[in-house]
Design a protein. Structure first.
Length: 154
């Protein structure tokens, strides 16, 4: 497997996960909307432009998704405290509710469906390996945050 294959695998796993979340919890979110919410959960308050950078989408696509999310209570819009011309997107109450539900959903059933010919033990072993991968990625991200240069306040 090369890096391109790994990237595609990650994208396909995200799509499968989003579909499973929608099916089991009845979320009314489109993939672009999930990506917008994911960026907000990871980074807090963001501008449309910042969300577009994080998601790799055009600003128009993000604007459409944010407008839809706002109408349904998933996000709210605020003016930037330092630049009143700038619009900031924040998580709404409904996003918090969905996040609680999503965290309660077990991933094992999805993993088991991805490997229909595997045993329950193999599916559980895959889950343990995925958990190790998650921890390694979390540690790597924490290391990057610690080594990032700090901007001076002057």
């Amino acid at each position: 497997m090369n890096l391109t294959d790994l990237r595609q695998l990650g994208k396909r796993l995200v799509a499968e996960t989003e579909a499973a979340m929608t099916e089991t919890a009845g979320f009314d979110l489109k993939p672009t909307e999930v990506t917008v919410l994911t960026a907000l959960f990871a980074n807090g308050k963001l501008s449309i432009g910042d969300i577009a950078k994080h998601a790799g989408f055009a600003q128009s696509r993000v604007s459409t998704a944010v407008a839809s999310l706002c109408r349904r209570g998933y996000t709210d819009i605020e003016r930037d405290a330092t630049d009143g011309r700038k619009t900031m997107v924040v998580l709404g109450a409904r996003a918090e509710e969905v996040a609680v539900e999503a965290r309660q959903q077990e991933a094992l059933p999805l993993v088991a469906t991805l490997f229909p010919e595997s045993s329950a033990d193999q599916a559980e072993q895959t889950m343990r390996q995925l958990e190790c991968l998650r921890k390694a990625l979390d540690a790597r991200a924490a290391g990057r945050r610690q080594s990032a240069p700090v901007e001076s306040a002057s």
